[in-house]
Design a protein around this ligand. Sequence first.
Ligand code: GDP
Length: 484
Amino acid sequence: MFDALTSRMSRTLAGLRSRGRINPVDLEVTCGEIRTALLEADVALAVVDSLIAQVQRRGLEALSLKQAGINPGQQVITIIHEEILNILGTNARSLAVAKKPPTRIMLAGLQGSGKTTLAGKLALWLKEQGNTPLLVACDLARPNAVQQLQIIGEQIGVSVFAPEPGNGIGNPVTVAKAGLVHAEQKLFNYVIFDTAGRLGVDVELMKEARAIKSAVEPDDTLFVVDAMTGQDAVNTANAFNTGVGIDGVVLTKVDGNARAGAALSVTSVIGKPILFLSTGEKSTEFEPFYPDRMAQRILGMGDVATLAEQAKKALDEKSAARLEEKFVTGEEFTFDDFLEQLQAMKKMGSMSKLLGMLPGMPGAQGAQLKKQIEAIDDSETDRAAAIIQSMTPQERSNPKIINGSRRLRIARGSGHEVSSVNRLLERFAGAQKAMKQMKNARPGALPQGLPPGLAAPTSARPPQRPAKKSRSGNPAKRAEQERG
Ligand code: GDP
């Protein structure tokens, strides 16, 4: 997400941090770099110019005051952080809660923006928090939109109210009203209306959306917009705000596209908060939008809070608590824990997404960490799981006993080469060591719920071999040596 922007911004900030003194010329250079980075990410020109003017004005002021004991570079970084936060919106808020349930949420937007997918994600998110959402299929225009919502509902275990088949048949306003009555009668506490979109903003689309809105009087009308559409995202948001009236924005498809930066201008251009981000096609690839966390991510400071939340969700509560306990008490980290973490990491999404949430680290160490994490792909996770599953319980809890012959047996049992077993053992040793290092370096610094293995690659050190140097590289020979 916003990878190019993040890497440019973190480079600029690293430059500022490394300087002891800063003069007005340095400030101007910094502002120039930030301006280019934001424009390249497609943030609206007016928004960029106003941000740069603020940073320049406040930066000069800070430099002229020269407060004793305060690093001027850090001061300028704080100003940049605050101004980015201003663009993203200080008026952030969560979803509405009606005084008298059900809370009504209407989704509006263009066809293909990801409304139906989002309806499911939102329902699942609400359900996970103990709510009882109902999905109402009011998109009767797009072919198969009703069926798509029904399938999603089934997958996530949420009821779908769909009295009309859609595909051009049925009246969406009637369905919306009936859906609301159904939700009231059956005591659903949230009702989400998925409405039709068109390929472009048109009079019919606005008329229909307005009619549904006045029929159900939503507590929140959310405009769903494909962030990949660049500056158009801001223009359509504007059109919907004027034509229908919206309360907030949901950005979809923010997964890894530089142009997505345009959508970040939505709040400052139309004055409506972003409530959620949709970060992929899976129902779980969804997160509430927190401007402060996003500002940190953009500036390369990472978003460990979101990462920890996702980790907590991916690990069941019992194992998360156990891992935390192990981390705190310094108890030995075993292959069973490692396997659990690998599986949780897989549930959390792709490595590149997780990578975006880790604080950027300058220099060679950062580059090495990035390379290490990028190297972990889903197939590797499956391979690792198969290898660990071929270990005996004793081997999993005490990996030190895994000698050459055991390695050979594990490799055969899991259908892999001994070299893969060796690599996994090395990675495990690295994770174990990093966990100890982190614990010793900053006790209690780890956010609650973050599995230690996730932090493990931060060791960024060449893995150490548990085997002695004198042992043979040939597994069969080594097995023989060890037998001897
Ligand atoms: P609707 O016409 O607004 O209801 O759009 P859909 O919900 O059918 O989504 C259109 C397409 O975008 C589908 O293929 C979705 O799988 C895909 N999609 C939706 N949200 C995301 C997202 O956050 N990331 C990515 N990569 N694809 C998405």
